[in-house]
Design a binder for this molecule. Structure first.
Ligand code: C5P
Length: 357
């Protein structure tokens, strides 16, 4: 996801994240509908007409308490939109680690909403994990890049400054034009580049984590409690139908309406963006199976493994340099790095494989 946000796009603009959230729901709706139809057909006689089959699926989706799925649909849509804000402004590993705070919120909501009992060992694990999250985010706070930096930490900063990226390779033709004014003369410093706002990223990931906890537990409550339950795929069709509507109004119209009208729905799309969309959709469907067969807490512990995976992928994809706190150590920095990108190195733990001269 992060790579899809920073790689060069073919158009004038990076892709609009709300379109990715919308397409993600469309993919999930299509797959869940196929699975629901297949499942229903297995429960009917082989010579049942297709119209009867479709009618039965339609009744299961729109009958009963299907409207209740509108609530988790709103939560998941907000979470997915915020996730893109966060991943556009933080590096992949930092996003993953901070996002794990959802483990704590999920546990709290599981205890209060689902009345689950958590043993001492489990609470202890949650606390250890939370401490781990604090340690990894520590360098940025201690060096003042996020909380007390007196320079430009609260202003958007460029990806170009975060390491040694080649502007030709990493700068989509969007956002600000780089220029500097000295003694009244404005000098063009090269192509425009995307910016990363660390504070916006941190706020977005923390809110997304909180929303993830409450929404996941509410979804679990819906599919596990109550007298007669439709199948998971019917529930997922209901969820995606409402999510599509929410993604359309919250994302496509409200968040990105002006830009999409100007540049078009598929502006900036390439195979990397499509890969991110499909991975998100498949990941969401797998998450729903885990919530059904285990629970949200188990799902969260399992996804913690993805911290390790995204770290490894970041090493290859972004030349991420690993130290005990994830920040690059001074001796691994390029001699061409400036004071400001040193701060950003600490904030983002970032470097790129391709270096500019
Ligand atoms: O980060 P978290 O584990 O809470 O993310 C869960 C993801 O799974 C969300 O992106 C949500 O849209 C997706 N999901 C889904 N279908 C479900 C439940 C969750 O696609 N039934």
């Amino acid at each position: 996801m992060h790579y899809s946000r920073i790689m060069p796009s073919s158009g004038d603009h990076r892709y609009f994240t709300s379109t990715a959230v919308f397409l993600n729901e469309l993919v999930k709706l299509s797959l869940s509908l196929c699975l629901a139809i297949n499942e229903t057909s297995e429960s009917l006689a082989p010579d049942t007409p297709i119209t009867t089959l479709l009618e039965q699926v339609y009744n299961s989706v729109f009958g009963g308490d299907g409207w209740k799925l509108a609530i988790p649909a709103a939560g998941y849509t907000l979470q997915n939109l915020l996730q893109y804000v966060a991943i556009s402004n933080l590096d992949a590993v930092q996003f993953q680690v901070l996002y794990q705070l959802k483990i704590l919120t999920t546990a709290i909501f599981s205890v209060t909403l689902l009345r689950k009992q958590l043993g001492t060992k489990r609470w202890l694990s949650l606390v250890v994990l939370t401490l781990g999250v604090c340690v990894v985010s520590m360098p940025t706070n201690m060096t003042g890049s996020f909380l007390s930096d007196t320079s430009d930490s609260f202003f958007p900063r460029s990806i170009h400054d975060m390491g040694t990226a080649s502007p030709e390779l990493y700068a989509p033709k969007n956002l600000r034009k780089r220029s500097a004014t000295y003694q009244g003369v404005t000098e063009d410093l090269g192509p425009p580049e995307p910016t990363m706002n660390y504070s916006a990223g941190v706020i977005a990931v923390l809110v997304a984590g909180a929303v993830s906890g409450v929404t996941g537990v509410y979804f679990e409550k819906l599919i596990k409690e109550g007298p007669s339950q439709p199948s998971l795929w019917i529930r997922n069709v209901q969820l995606s139908t409402y999510s599509l509507i929410m993604a359309f109004f919250m994302g496509i119209l409200y968040q990105d309406g002006t830009g999409i009208r100007e540049h078009g729905f598929f502006e900036g799309y390439n195979w990397v963006v499509w890969t991110a969309v499909v991975l998100q959709a498949v990941g969401g469907m797998v998450a729903s199976v885990v919530i059904r067969d285990a629970d949200n807490i188990v799902k969260n512990f399992a996804t913690s493994i993805s911290i390790v995976l995204s770290l490894l992928v970041s090493v290859f994809l972004f030349d991420f340099r690993l130290t005990w706190t994830h920040a690059p150590s001074p001796d691994t920095r390029s001699p061409t790095e400036t004071h400001s990108n040193r701060q950003l190195g600490e904030a983002g733990g970032y470097a790129f494989a391709h270096t500019s001269p």
